[in-house]
Design a protein around this ligand. Structure first.
Ligand code: GRF
Length: 225
């Protein structure tokens, strides 16, 4: 996809609802040059999101659209899409964005919108992923980056990070270790997207035009770096 900022950098909108640590890792990757991109908008449905002042302090345009102030989901999403499009963003990155998005919004950004989810999808879509994995006696947890489709946490996965569950793990301790992997993984996935290495075709992840039989693994990528 072409970039319109004139500097060869892809334009990103990041959607958050809270802390925004994944947003920070994406910003750091833009700063370091790992990601040939710039963040042109950080948007939140939660006016109290801790990530908003951080982004604003970095001189990034921020917008908070409190979903409770809109008459309907469609009204909220129409305004959100307008803000994204007005910013010139080409790609939309969900980073702890806690609203389910409707079909029309999702199809508008099809193939250009990613989410990061703290489980080894398709296991544990939804909330409380780490507590559920521990309660089930799993030995492994992790995180996934996937294209967003109308099905909640159900889109094609391009990369996963696996994290061992230790016998004495609490969901908080596990979440912290998974989050560290998320921070390394999301910039890699976004770089693949903006460089055109990975794409969504016929509902499947493709790598340089070839259907991917399975998600790539962060551990393999880091081991070969
Ligand atoms: C992360 O665990 C992410 O996988 C999930 O929500 C959390 C957001 O954390 N979708 P942060 O706001 O990026 O710190």
């Amino acid at each position: 996809m072409s970039t319109d900022s004139g500097d060869g950098k892809a334009r990103l909108a990041i959607l958050i609802s809270g802390r925004g640590s994944n947003m920070q890792s994406l910003l750091a990757a833009c700063d370091s040059g790992q990601l040939a991109a710039k963040v042109c908008l950080v948007a939140s449905n939660n006016p109290e999101a801790e990530g908003l002042p951080y982004a604003a302090g970095r001189g990034i345009k921020t917008i908070s659209l409190d979903h409770r102030q809109f008459a309907s989901r469609t009204d909220f999403e129409t305004q959100l899409a307008k803000s994204i499009d007005d910013s010139g963003a080409e790609y939309v990155l969900l980073a702890g964005f806690m609203r389910i998005l409707g079909e029309s919004f999702v199809s508008r950004y099809q193939g250009r919108m990613l989410n990061i989810h703290p489980s080894l999808l398709p296991a544990y879509p939804g909330l409380d992923t780490h507590a559920r994995a521990i309660a089930n006696g799993d030995t492994e947890a992790g995180a996934s980056v996937h294209f967003v489709t109308p099905e909640l946490d159900g889109g094609p996965v391009m990369i996963q990070a696996r994290v061992r569950i230790e016998p004495d793990d609490s969901s908080g301790k596990l979440a912290q270790r998974v989050l560290e992997a998320e921070h390394r993984m999301y910039p890699i996935a976004v770089a693949w997207l903006v460089e055109g290495l990975v794409s969504l075709q016929n509902g499947q992840c493709h790598w340089q035009g070839e259907a991917m039989p399975s998600p790539r693994l962060l551990g393999d990528i880091e081991a070969s770096a």
